[in-house]
Design a protein around this ligand. Structure first.
Ligand code: COD
Length: 304
């Protein structure tokens, strides 16, 4: 079971290199992260976007991109489409967001004619390493599904569980996050969803994980909070995966931990034919590098 990014990196470095198609690659942090991943022997890349701008961007920060092919694309949409085509044509193993917007990349992936969908729900999963928690936290979905209904939450759980299991966390403990641990059927619909999802897990309708909720965040990650509130839960205080009620909660959780608590973070979109390496444009070079490591580690394993 992997409990830190260092452990994950050690494993990725033992595997054969994979090729990443980067959509709109003219961004300093992305080029630095790709270059580092190449030096560490984990990734090759095809850089898609305006060739002059990519070369200029690399020059500005003295980043060596001489080992990478560059594919010319004249604008954001073209960059996204061309990068997706590289995956479709098996010229790249995975896709990474560069300077393009998340929405443009996600719309490109959702476009059926590009054939990278699988019929499953697509969802964003952030992986966080916080010094105050004893293992990695998988948090979803703070980046793609805006207001998931029950059906979408099943898809979000399935994707995160599959990802955690590929990293050796098996079975992962899944906490369905709300503002409290009781079902408030009158005013908080997400607590009803959580109760239904927990029961579905108990009855074998959601498999390969231990699912419990509703749980407030403190109950999910602190055994002390569970003791004080008298909550008995197989997940309480030891959650691997946090399922957020809606995109706002996930997005705020991610940014609070990454900016205020200096958590190490990574981000991927799950559920497509290949994992998609997707971090926020304002994320650090380290986050982009760790996102590459996560994306490659789950893409390698899923092909075995
Ligand atoms: N998984 C699988 N299929 C989906 C999904 C999904 N998560 N979402 C939509 N689809 C399918 C629909 O069934 C439909 O067939 C097609 O895709 C288009 O659906 P729309 O019209 O609802 O989708 P879009 O293109 O309008 O929007 C999709 C986005 C992902 C762009 C949208 O949901 C979005 O903007 N999400 C939030 C992105 C964001 O702002 N993140 C925060 C900052 S990082």
């Amino acid at each position: 079971m992997i409990t830190s990014f260092d452990e994950l990196l050690k494993i990725v470095k033992t595997r054969p290199k994979k090729t990443i198609a980067v959509a709109m690659a003219d961004e300093h942090e992305v080029l630095s992260a790709i270059s580092q991943a190449n030096k560490e022997g984990i990734a090759d890349a095809v850089l898609v976007g305006d060739k002059k701008s990519i070369i200029q961007c690399a020059k500005e920060k003295n980043i060596d991109i001489s080992k990478f092919d560059i594919v010319q694309a004249d604008n954001e949409n073209q960059s996204v489409v061309r990068a997706i085509q590289l995956v479709h044509e098996h010229l790249a193993d995975t896709l990474m967001k560069g300077r393009c917007s998340s929405a443009t990349l996600l719309k490109g992936i959702l476009d059926k004619q590009h054939d990278v969908r699988t019929g499953k729900l697509l969802s964003h999963c952030a992986i966080l390493e916080v010094p105050t928690y004893h293992k990695l936290i998988f948090m979803t979905d703070g980046g793609m599904n805006i207001a998931p209904d029950l059906d979408a939450k099943i898809g979000i759980i399935d994707n995160a569980v599959a990802c955690a299991r590929l990293l050796g966390i098996d079975p992962p403990k899944v906490a369905l996050i709300s503002a409290l641990e009781k079902v408030n059927y009158k005013a908080m619909p997400c607590t009803i969803d959580a109760a239904v999802l927990s029961k579905m897990n108990q009855r074998g309708q959601i498999q390969n994980a231990i699912v419990d909720g509703p749980l407030a965040l403190d109950n999910a990650i602190s055994k002390k909070a569970c003791e004080i509130k008298g909550i008995e839960s197989p997940v309480g205080g030891d959650a691997d995966i946090l399922i957020m009620p809606a995109i706002e909660a996930g997005n705020v959780f991610y940014k609070a931990l990454s900016i205020l608590a200096h958590a190490k973070t990574a981000g991927v979109v799950l559920g497509a034919k290949v994992p998609i390496i997707l971090s926020s444009r304002a994320d650090s070079e380290e986050t982009k590098y760790l996102s590459i490591a996560v994306g490659l580690s789950i893409s390698v394993k899923s092909k075995q």
